[in-house]
Write a protein that binds this ligand. Structure first.
Ligand code: ATP
Length: 268
């Protein structure tokens, strides 16, 4: 099961060049996490330089937390265990306690290694009376294993959590993740950089002005911007198909129904 969640660094499909507008936080993450792993002998000279065993990325959805987690693993040459919370809590319910132990054992064998927990809040949210016994035992086991990691100076395993809801994590968890990074909704100039990256290999009409487009999209996440560009390119694709196919309108409508309603917004 765990092998299916494991990715070798060379197979990770994201690197820093796939992330735009986050240069400052990337620089900080490289110093805090990547360099101490890549240059372990050098960084061992000071306790203060050691890579943390817990890092939290928090911020709204679609702003690049998962991209960053993968890029860290690739840059640092770390194996990446993408610990899908659903697998732990649903499929392996009852046995998930054993699975939690197995994950840490494997990570130590394969170190340097990242254990990535997306939506860590739904897995390790404030422990309380609502927990089923099996869930509570699994969390306890996870925490025990994590503590074991903290006390072994030479083990290069990092628990990397991502969440949209840091306020739902209890203090015990937050304490284990001393390095915390906010990945917020992009500002104007960041949106422009993201749009540039998304469209870098696309043909653009000479009238396209990315600075203006960035100004007109406050509140859009990187994921929203990608979706906006996809919709706009679909609109162009429909025009292209019309010109190319020169088909009967009704036949064409079967493949591309609802043209006017669906694409009006993009045209604007
Ligand atoms: P969630 O909290 O929903 O898991 P997330 O913060 O982990 O979201 P990602 O999965 O990293 O977000 O990003 C979703 C998609 O949005 C990416 O695959 C990418 O296409 C785009 N994206 C988001 N932020 C950026 C960015 N800074 N640069 C380039 N693309 C971005």
């Amino acid at each position: 099961v765990i092998a299916s969640l494991l990715v070798a660094p060379e197979d990770i499909d994201v690197s820093w060049s796939d992330i735009a507008g986050l240069d400052a936080v990337i620089q900080e993450l490289r110093e805090t996490v990547v360099l101490p792993v890549r240059h372990r002998d050098l960084f061992r000279r000071s306790q203060l330089w050691r890579a943390p065993k817990g890092v939290l990325l928090h911020g709204p959805p679609g702003c690049g937390k998962t991209l960053i987690a993968k890029a860290i693993a690739k840059d640092a040459g770390m194996r990446f265990i993408n610990l899908d919370v659903a697998v732990l809590t649903d499929k392996w319910y009852g046995e998930s306690q054993k699975l939690a132990t197995a994950v840490f054992t494997l990570a130590q064998k394969l170190q340097p290694c990242i254990i990535f927990l997306d939506e860590i809040d739904s897995f390790l949210r404030m422990r309380g009376s609502g927990d089923h016994e099996a869930t509570a035992m699994m969390k306890t086991q996870f925490m025990l294993q994590w503590d074991g990691l903290m006390s072994s100076a030479n083990v290069c395993v990092l628990v990397l959590g991502a969440t949209n809801r840091p306020q739902d994590l209890d203090k015990a968890i937050l304490r284990r993740m001393p390095a915390q990074f906010h990945i917020g909704v992009p500002r104007d100039c960041q949106r422009q950089a993201i749009l540039q990256l998304i469209l870098q290999s696309e043909q653009q009409h000479p009238s396209v002005n990315l600075k203006e487009l960035a100004r007109l999209t406050p509140g859009f996440s990187g994921s929203d911007l990608r979706e906006l560009c996809r919709h706009a390119s679909m609109y162009r694709m429909r025009q292209f198909m019309r010109e190319k196919l020169n088909t009967d309108e009704s036949e064409f409508e079967e493949d591309f129904p609802g043209e006017d309603q669906n694409y009006q917004d993009c045209e604007q």
